[in-house]
Write a protein that binds this ligand. Structure first.
Ligand code: ADP
Length: 276
């Protein structure tokens, strides 16, 4: 059987737009077999949508990783890890596995919350995750943190940040200008150590985009597992997530998730690329 197996090490978003739920839905859209090692459970207060994050005991994460590795994932993705100890464990999981691809989504803030989950995590990501990453998928804020450059506002600064993150070990870097970069288009910058490529789609409604980042990284992982090159994988993932965002929907007065299946079921969005 040639079904590709993918492990996500991530948190649970009970509303299921982001987190491991977004990962599993996305893996399924690509007809890959998703598995989960859960790091934390996020529940929301129905009155305020304030996030309540409960980390799981580290021993429980260890057991899950052991189980999943025994099944033999072809690729591993990380999402919300939350503590330095878990970051180290995620890196070790990849090292202990036979997986060919390691996609690091360096989640630093939980959507709806402004503060960084834990500043020490950034250093741990740089130390443990970047040197192993096949692809790292920071948004503008995360790229500023991982590169040490702080706030990024231009393509030139994104290029600088991508270069530093690449020097820190990530083989392929995609910085999501996405919703944070001021532009009429949704721009992401890809760097493979040689060439900078700008990936562009139209910018769609942005109210119902919860889970976009997780979905993008999960789609990148699935495409890698299916044999695409990192460059082709991020281009495909961008088209996939653009469709998901365009067809995002209102869940309640606080949040609207992307529609994970929109690319396959509703509409395929074209991505244009340009060397910069
Ligand atoms: P994160 O959720 O990690 O902050 P983003 O939402 O910025 O990440 O980006 C995830 C992906 O979605 C990127 O490819 C980005 O370009 C794309 N994206 C974000 N907002 C929009 C939008 N309004 N229209 C189209 N694509 C978008």
């Amino acid at each position: 059987m040639s079904l590709k197996k993918i492990l996500t090490i991530a948190g649970s978003d009970t509303s299921a737009g982001a987190g491991m739920q977004a990962d599993l839905k996305t893996f399924q859209e690509y007809n890959t077999y998703g598995m989960v090692a859960l790091t934390a459970v996020v529940a929301m207060d129905p009155e305020t949508w304030g996030h309540d994050v409960t980390p799981l005991p580290i021993e429980l994460l260890d057991k899950q990783i052991k189980t999943a590795l025994s099944i033999g994932p072809d690729a591993i993705k990380t999402g919300m890890l939350g503590t330095e100890e878990i970051i180290e464990r995620a890196a070790k999981a990849f090292e202990d596995s036979d997986a060919a691809f390691f996609v690091v989504d360096p989640v630093m803030v939980c959507k709806g919350e402004d503060e960084v989950l834990n500043p020490g995590n950034t250093d741990a990501m740089i130390k443990y995750l970047l040197p192993l990453a096949t692809v790292v998928t920071p948004n503008l804020f995360e790229a500023g943190q991982l590169s040490g450059l702080g706030k990024l506002t231009t393509i030139e600064q994104m290029k600088e940040a991508a270069k530093i993150i690449h020097e820190r070990g990530a083989k392929h870097v995609i910085i999501k200008g996405g919703k944070a970069l001021e532009s009429d288009e949704a721009l992401d910058l890809y760097y493979d150590g040689e060439t900078y490529t700008l990936l562009t789609t139209d910018k769609f409604q942005s109210s119902y985009n919860h889970g976009a980042g997780c979905t993008f990284a999960a789609a990148t992982t699935a495409n890698l597992a299916l044999g695409k090159s990192p460059r082709e994988a991020v281009i495909a993932a961008k088209g996939f997530v653009a469709s998901a965002i365009k067809h995002g929907w209102k869940m309640n007065e606080f949040v609207g998730p992307v529609q994970h299946g929109a690319y396959n079921n509703v509409e395929k969005i074209e991505v244009t690329t340009k060397e910069v």
